[in-house]
Ligand binder design. Structure first.
Ligand SMILES: *Cc1c(COP(=O)(O)O)cnc(C)c1O
Length: 337
C-alpha cells in the first residue's frame, strides 16, 4: 500500500469510483514525447472527474455531522453544484443551490438538469454585483435555517474544503497505480486549476510519494501568487495531518496561463472547432470551460518547453456542460452549400 492510500484511508470515504485508466492520445500532435490521457471523465457522467474524488470524503463528513440541508454556492453551469446535489439527494440531504445569476433567457446545460432535479423554487439567484458577498448571503441563510431547526452547511464554490482535499488526494494515488500497470513513470503531468484544489492535491500527493515527475498547472482563474499562497496553506494542512515533512524541493511543478482568452469562461469561435476536431482525431470529447482549453494549451506548452518522455494530461470530466452549447456545436457541422 502506498503512502497516499494510507493517508486517505484515515478518512471515512464513500465507495465512489476512483480508478480511471490511461491510454495514449490518438491522432498526430506536433510535439515530442509520448502523450497519454487519464480518463477521469469515465468515472461517471454528472458525477465525474476530480470532483467525484473530492466528494468521496466530503459526503461522509456531511453525513456524520447530521447535516440535512446543504447550501451549494456556484455558477449556474457549475459541475460541482449539479453533481454534488445528486449525491446529496441519494443521502437524504436537501441541496439548496445559491447561484450566480446568468443572463440566459431559458435554463440550459447543467442549470437545466439542476433545476429539473432540485426544483426551480429551491434555486436562489444572486446578481453579479452582489456576488462578492455570496458567502455572507449563504451564512445568513444558514442562520435562518438553524433557527427553524435545520442543520445546514455551506459548501463553497468547487467544494474548496479540507473535507474534500483528502478525497482529492486519491488522484495522485491512482496515477501511481497506472504507472505500475503500464511500467512507466511520467515526466510531466498536465492539469488545470479552477479553485486549484485538485491541482494542489496532485502536486502535494506526488511530493508525499517522492514522485520525480513535474506537474504543469494551467491557471484558468487565479493569478500565480494566489495559487502559490493556496499551495502553501494546503502543504501545512497535509503536513499536520500526515506527519510527513514536505519541503519545497520535493514539490515539482510549474504554472502557466492560457495564451489566448485570459478570462475564465467557456471557449468561443475557433475554440469550438478545436474542441470538435480533437474529438474527431482522438475519440475524446472535452468540456468547453476546462479540458478543451487544457489540451490545447498543454500541446503548445509542451512544444515551447520542448518536453520529452512520457507526458500525461488529466481529463477532469465536466462533459455535461456541453448540453448548453448545441448551437455552437451545430455550427461546426460541415455546411452543405
Ligand atoms: C471543477 C473542475 C475543475 C477545477 O477543479 P478545482 O479543484 O476547482 O481547480 C477542473 N476541471 C473540471 C472539468 C471541473 O469540473
Amino acid at each position: 500500500m502506498n503512502i497516499l492510500n494510507e493517508l486517505t484511508g484515515k478518512f471515512p470515504q464513500e465507495d465512489y469510483p476512483k480508478e480511471s485508466r490511461i491510454h495514449p492520445i490518438a491522432g498526430t500532435h506536433p510535439v515530442k514525447g509520448t502523450w497519454y490521457i487519464k480518463r477521469e471523465d469515465e468515472l461517471g457522467f454528472f458525477t465525474a472527474g476530480g470532483k467525484i474524488r473530492k466528494w468521496r470524503t466530503l459526503v461522509p463528513s456531511l453525513v456524520s455531522k447530521g447535516v440535512d440541508t446543504a447550501l451549494l454556492i456556484g455558477s449556474s453551469q457549475s459541475n460541482n453544484v449539479l453533481g454534488l446535489s445528486l449525491l446529496l439527494i441519494e443521502k437524504g440531504i436537501r441541496p439548496l443551490p445559491i447561484l450566480l445569476n446568468s443572463k440566459d433567457p431559458l435554463p440550459r446545460g447543467n442549470r437545466l438538469f439542476l433545476e429539473l432535479t432540485v426544483g426551480s423554487r429551491q434555486l436562489l439567484f444572486v446578481e453579479r454585483e452582489e456576488w462578492h458577498r455570496v458567502e455572507e448571503i449563504a451564512l445568513s441563510l444558514q442562520r435562518k435555517l438553524s433557527a427553524e431547526g435545520c442543520k445546514a452547511e455551506v459548501i463553497p464554490e468547487g467544494s474548496y474544503l479540507t473535507e474534500a482535499f483528502f478525497g482529492a488526494l486519491t488522484l495522485a494515488a491512482d496515477i501511481l497505480r497506472n504507472e505500475v500497470e503500464r511500467g512507466c513513470s511520467f515526466n510531466h503531468i498536465f492539469i488545470e486549476a479552477g479553485t486549484g484544489l485538485q491541482a494542489i492535491a496532485l502536486i502535494l500527493g506526488l511530493a508525499a510519494a517522492s514522485h520525480p515527475g513535474s506537474v504543469s498547472v494551467l491557471l484558468l482563474a487565479d493569478k500565480e501568487e494566489i495559487f502559490l499562497e493556496k499551495l502553501e496553506k494546503w502543504r501545512l494542512v497535509l503536513e499536520e495531518v500526515s506527519g510527513i515533512r514536505l519541503c519545497s524541493s520535493s514539490m515539482h511543478f510549474s504554472l502557466f496561463r492560457p495564451r489566448t482568452q485570459k478570462a475564465f469562461k467557456p471557449i468561443s469561435g475557433k475554440g469550438w472547432e478545436g474542441l470538435v476536431s480533437f474529438a474527431q482525431s482522438s475519440g475524446v470529447w472535452t468540456d468547453p470551460v476546462y479540458s478543451s482549453r487544457l489540451f490545447a494549451e498543454a500541446f503548445s506548452e509542451g512544444k515551447t518547453k520542448e518536453m520529452e518522455g512520457d507526458i500525461l494530461v488529466i481529463h477532469s470530466g465536466g462533459l455535461s456542460s456541453l448540453f448548453g452549447f448545441e448551437k455552437e456545436l451545430r455550427a461546426c457541422l460541415p455546411s452543405c452549400d
